[in-house]
Design a protein around this ligand. Structure first.
Ligand SMILES: O=P(O)(O)OC[C@H]1O[C@H](OP(=O)(O)OP(=O)(O)O)[C@H](O)[C@@H]1O
Ligand SMILES: NC(=O)CC[C@H](N)C(=O)O
Ligand SMILES: [Mg+2]
Length: 491
C-alpha cells in the first residue's frame, strides 16, 4: 500500500494535504512527500524519510505554494525503504512537467525498464516502479501532443496506453504543470481511490470554482469537509483542470473491479468506506464468521476470555466474544508512540517493536485460558511474541485465532511480503504452524468466509485474494518473477 492524496483548491492546499497525509499515516511510514503547483506552472516539491510530523518543517511548508497539489506516504514494496531518492512524488520535466504519486506495485518492471531504455529512450535513476510509471505516462503523453495545448481527451488516450503497457496495481495521482490534476486507477481497481468535492464558495478577489480531492481513503474526505462523489472506477481517469472543471473517462478496454482483500483485513482504517464497503462492518462480519470456526475446532469450555491484539483486530475480536458468549477483555496495552510493526522495514526492527509496542497485563492472564484474536498472521512475528508474552503473564493455555485465512502466497500488488519462505503458513499445515508459533490451538478464518464477510450485501463480484488462494487477478505471475522479486528486495 501507501497513501496518496491530490487536491485542487480555491486557495493554498499545502496545509490540507499535510492534514490528509497525517490521516493516511497508517498506510506508510518509510517516507513522505508533497508537491504543489503555482498557476505559473512552477512546482514546489518536498520529500524526506520518516513520518509526516518529522519530515515537514515549517519552512518546508511555507515553500509549498499553490492551489493544487498532491502528497504521499510510502511503504516501500519495490526498491529500498531507506532510499530518499525513491520517496514520492517523482518528477519528470517533459512533457510540460509532471509529478506523480503511486500506490501499488507494478509486476512487469523488468520489461518496462528495458522498453523505456530501448524504445522510449528514457533514463531511470532508481529501482522504484513509480519512476517507471511516471516515465511511461510522460512518454505516452508526449506522443499525444499535436498542438500547443493539451486537452483532457489527449490525457485520457495517454492513460489508455499506460493501461496497455503496465501490469500490476496502481492508483495514481499526477500534476501536469500548467494544466491540472490527473488521477487514475488500474483496470482491476486493486488499490483504492476515491473522489470528493467541495462546492464553489465566493472568495475575495477570486473566481469561485469547485474544489476537488482524490485520496486513498474516504476518511480523508470526511475529515476535510468534502462530500464523497464516488470511487474512481477501475481503469478510469479523472482530470481536474485548473479552472476547477472535472472530466472523467473510462480508459481501459476490459475493466473489472477486483479490489485487494487485504485492505479490509488490515491496511485500511476501519472508519473508511472503500468501493462502497465499510471496512469496520467487514471486520465485524469477519469476527462473526471466525467465531463459528473457533467453536468448530476448539473443545467446549476451552476459553475463558477473548482478547484482541491491538489495534487492527479489535472489531473482529469483539464480535468473536459476542457470538461465543465469552467475556471480552483487553489484556494487552499498546504504546501509541510505536507505529505499525508489519509495515516497518527489516525483520529485526519488526520483532523488537512488537515487545516495545505491546505489554501484557498479568492480572488479565493469571490462571486463564485465553483466546487471542488477530486480524492476520503473515510472518508470525507478532503472534509468536504475543503468545510467549501471554504465557509469561500467567495464561493457562493460549488459543490463537486469525480473522484472515493463512497467508500462503506472496502479495505482489502492494504489500511487502515478497519471500515465500518468510510466510509462516507457506508449506506448513495448521498444526505445524501452531507448533511454530507456540500456541495450544490455532484457528484460521476459512477463505470462503473472508470472501463472504467482504462481499456479503455489496455490489462486489470479484476480489483480489491472491495471498490466500494464489489466484492473481491480473493474470499468472510467473515462478521466475516471484523468484526474481524474492532475490531483489529487502525482507
Ligand atoms: O504475522 P506478522 O508478520 O507479525 O503480521 C501480522 C501483524 O501485523 C499487523 O499489526 P501492526 O502492528 O502492523 O498494526 P496494528 O497496530 O494496526 O495492528 C497485523 O495487525 C498483525 O498483528
Ligand atoms: N506501497 C506502495 O504503494 C508502494 C509504491 C511503490 N511501489 C514504492 O515502492 O514506492
Ligand atoms: Mg496488529
Amino acid at each position: 500500500m501507501c497513501g496518496i492524496v491530490g487536491m485542487a483548491g480555491q486557495g493554498p492546499v499545502n496545509q490540507e494535504i499535510y492534514d490528509a497525509l497525517l490521516l493516511l499515516q497508517h498506510r506508510g511510514q518509510d517516507s513522505t512527500g508533497m508537491a504543489t503547483a503555482e498557476s505559473s506552472g512552477v512546482f514546489h516539491i518536498h520529500k524526506a524519510r520518516g513520518q509526516v510530523r518529522e519530515a515537514f518543517r515549517t519552512r518546508d511548508m511555507r515553500a509549498l505554494l499553490g492551489d493544487i497539489g498532491l502528497g504521499h506516504v510510502r511503504y516501500a514494496t519495490k526498491g529500498t525503504a531507506s532510499n530518499e531518492e525513491e520517496a514520492q512524488p517523482f518528477y519528470v520535466n517533459a512533457p510540460y512537467g509532471i509529478v506523480l504519486v503511486h500506490n501499488g506495485n507494478l509486476t512487469n518492471t523488468r520489461e518496462l525498464t528495458q522498453e523505456l531504455f530501448s524504445k522510449d529512450r528514457r533514463h531511470l535513476n532508481t529501482s522504484s516502479d513509480t519512476e517507471l510509471l511516471v516515465n511511461i505516462l510522460g512518454s505516452e503523453l508526449q506522443s499525444e501532443i499535436a498542438g500547443p495545448d493539451l486537452d483532457p481527451e489527449q490525457v485520457f488516450r495517454a492513460v489508455g496506453r499506460v493501461h496497455e503497457r503496465v501490469e500490476g496495481s496502481y492508483a495514481s495521482i499526477a500534476l501536469i504543470a500548467g494544466y491540472g490534476l490527473l488521477a487514475f486507477r488500474d483496470p482491476f481497481g486493486i488499490r483504492p481511490l476515491i473522489l470528493g468535492k467541495r462546492p464553489a464558495a465566493q472568495v475575495p478577489g477570486g473566481e469561485p470554482r469547485d474544489e476537488w480531492i482524490v485520496a486513498s481513503e474516504s476518511l480523508v474526505l470526511e475529515n476535510a469537509g468534502f462530500e464523497v462523489v464516488r470511487d474512481i472506477e477501475p481503469g478510469e481517469a479523472v482530470f481536474i483542470a485548473l479552472d476547477g472543471t472535472m472530466h472523467a473517462r473510462q480508459c481501459a478496454t476490459n475493466p473489472t473491479l477486483a479490489p485487494c482483500s487485504f485492505e479490509y483485513v488490515y491496511l485500511a482504517r476501519p472508519d473508511s468506506v472503500m468501493n462502497g464497503v465499510s471496512v469496520y462492518e467487514t471486520r465485524l462480519r469477519m469476527g462473526e464468521r471466525l467465531a463459528d470456526t473457533v467453536a468448530k475446532y476448539t473443545p467446549a469450555g476451552a476459553i475463558d476470555v477473548v482478547m484482541p491484539i491491538p489495534d487492527s483486530a479489535r472489531p473482529a475480536a469483539m464480535q468473536v466474544a459476542r457470538k461465543l458468549g465469552i467475556e471480552y477483555r483487553e489484556g494487552f496495552y499498546k504504546n501509541r508512540y510505536v507505529g505499525r510493526t508489519f509495515i516497518m522495514p527489516g525483520q529485526a526492527v519488526r520483532k523488537k517493536s512488537v515487545r516495545q509496542k505491546l505489554n501484557a497485563m498479568s492480572t488479565e492472564f493469571q490462571g486463564k485460558n485465553v483466546l487471542l484474536v488477530d486480524d492476520s498472521i503473515v510472518r508470525g512475528t507478532t503472534s509468536r511474541e504475543i503468545i510467549q508474552m501471554a504465557r509469561d503473564a500467567g495464561a493457562l493455555s493460549v488459543t490463537f485465532a486469525s480473522a484472515a485465512p493463512p497467508v500462503r502466497f506472496p502479495h505482489v500488488y502492494g504489500i511487502n511480503m515478497p519471500s515465500r519462505h518468510e510466510l509462516v503458513a507457506h508449506g506448513r499445515t495448521i498444526p505445524e504452524i501452531a507448533e511454530e508459533l507456540g500456541c495450544d490451538y490455532l484457528v484460521y478464518q476459512e477463505v470462503e468466509d473472508l470472501k463472504a464477510a467482504i462481499m456479503e450485501g455489496t455490489d462486489l463480484v470479484d476480489l483480489d485474494m491472491s495471498c490466500f488462494d494464489g489466484r492473481y487477478v491480473t493474470g499468472t505471475v510467473s515462478e521466475e518473477y516471484l523468484a526474481w522479486v524474492e532475490g531483489s528486495q529487502e525482507s
